[in-house]
Design a protein around this ligand. Structure first.
Ligand code: GDP
Ligand code: IMO
Ligand code: MG
Length: 423
């Protein structure tokens, strides 16, 4: 059996959590492979709305094993809070959740370093979620990080203190206050005690043995391809490999064992944090999109920047991920518009037309060139099949399919599990 991968094709918040939850019954395992508590994946069903940060979005399905893979950076404090938050749903997390011993741990000073580094950048700040992601991946790549398995070792405290001593040197260089550290450490060590009681495993064996015995696995991406550390709008990116290849290194699965790659995108674009966003709208349309789409961050509550769909960016993400099926989210948010725009190319100030996301694009001023399509401008409520959709919405979907050369197999028309139309 091969492992399917679901990932965001834009700047995150495409609706990954919702769709993983919708698809989960077709799988035996759901696994996160990168990122950490910077993610906020929202699930809505039976009148419940729940945001997950580190726990995979299969957790509400009792028959599914959820794996936090080695590629993830994990904050024990957030994990404890998340598990406590699941208490009211009577989820058996000892049975349904396992964590790789090779995942990396976020410690309190990583969060202070994140804040110090952002402050020092001034108006060049990345707009990090301040969850300690960048500094933790730096330690991982620098070979100084603590891993989940380390918490079981008798000299964990020693290893911890040695890393903190290194961090304090950097924090003093930034002149960053350490007042909050005492309380953060108290919370951290209490969470670590709880963490020790969880199922900590070598998850690469579980994943590969499951595939060998024909079990179905869905890998759940966090963030989006345009935030990928290699291919996103560097340096305005996150610090992990958010693309399909990241699912291989983040879970220990060979590239030859990747099956479908589900690429999920909003019917428009949003971005939270800094960095280039060619189709960003600063007018009433952008305001209306934010309001209609409730575009406020699931992790930080920040208003999301909004704009029209960007085909060159989407084609790029499809290319680097080898997307085999597209899922279009939040179609209902465009109900309010009489006309819908789609960016087909960019124009440089010199007048030259481009349609590639080259190295230079982060620095270049590009002007989006739009095609205008007729909006459907009506509610999609109570529509249960693609055939019931207004002709203009079907024309939008079919136009995108031709432009992107990948079938759009799912259209989402609301946040609830049930508001999902398969084609
Ligand atoms: P993720 O990070 O990719 O899982 O996405 P988020 O949960 O951060 O953001 C997506 C938001 O859109 C959440 O509030 C979802 O409940 C909501 N959502 C998902 N699909 C739809 C949809 O089709 N229509 C509408 N209106 N909202 C949706
Ligand atoms: P999900 O999984 C949207 C953005 C931050 C910032 C940049 C770097 O919910 O789609 P970091 O904290 O990683 O150092 O921040 O990346 N970012 C996200 N934006 N959705 C996310 O996750 C994000 N995770 C990080 O806003 O611009
Ligand atoms: Mg999110």
């Amino acid at each position: 059996m091969k492992m399917d991968v679901l990932l965001g094709l834009q700047w995150g918040d495409e609706g990954k959590g919702k769709i993983v939850d919708v698809l989960a019954p077709e799988y035996e395992i759901v696994a996160r492979f990168q990122g950490g508590p910077n993610a906020g994946h929202t699930l809505e069903f039976d009148g419940i709305k729940h945001v997950l940060h580190q726990i995979p979005s299969g957790i509400f399905r009792s028959q599914i094993l959820n794996i936090i893979g080695n590629g993830v950076v994990l904050d024990p404090i957030v994990l404890k809070r998340e598990i406590d938050g699941l208490g009211k749903f009577s989820i058996d997390y000892m049975k349904n959740l396992v964590i790789s011993k090779k995942a990396t741990i976020i410690i309190p000073t990583h969060k202070l370093l994140d804040a110090a580094s952002e402050q020092a950048k001034g108006d060049k700040k990345i707009g990090s979620t301040l969850k300690g992601i960048g500094p933790t991946y730096q330690d991982k790549i620098g070979r100084t990080a603590l891993r989940v398995g380390d918490i079981l070792s008798p000299d964990f405290r020693e290893k911890y203190e040695s890393l903190v001593a290194k961090h304090k040197t950097t924090l003093s260089f930034y002149n960053h206050p350490l007042d909050a550290l005492g309380e953060m450490e108290e919370q951290f060590f209490s969470a670590v005690e709880f963490f020790k009681t969880l199922n900590l495993i070598d998850s690469e064996y579980v994943v590969n043995e499951a595939l060998d015995s024909n079990k179905r696995i869905l890998a759940e991406g966090a963030q989006g391809s345009l935030l990928d550390v290699d291919f996103g709008s560097y340096p305005y990116v996150t610090s992990s490999s958010t693309m399909a290849a990241g699912a291989c290194t983040g879970l220990g699965v060979a590239p030859s064992k990747i099956g479908e790659v589900f690429g999920i995108f909003k019917a428009y674009c949003t971005r939270v944090g800094s960095g280039p966003f060619p189709t960003e709208l600063f007018d009433q349309d952008g305001e209306d999109m934010r309001k209609e789409g409730n575009e406020f961050g699931s992790t930080t509550g920040r208003p999301r920047r909004c704009g029209w769909l960007d085909l060159p960016a989407l084609r790029y993400s499809i290319m680097i991920n080898g997307v085999t099926q597209l899922f279009m989210m939040k179609g209902d948010v465009l109900n309010i518009f009489k006309e819908i725009k789609v960016c087909t190319h960019y124009e440089l100030p010199s007048g030259e037309r481009i349609d590639k996301l080259s190295f230079e694009i982060t620095e270049q001023e590009v002007i989006p060139v739009y095609k205008t399509l007729k909006g459907w401008n009506c509610s999609l409520e109570n529509m249960n099949s693609y055939e019931e959709f207004p002709a203009e919405l079907r024309a939008y979907v079919e136009y995108l399919e031709i432009e992107l050369n990948v079938p759009i197999k799912l259209v989402s028309v609301g946040p609830d599990r049930t508001q999902t139309i398969l084609r």
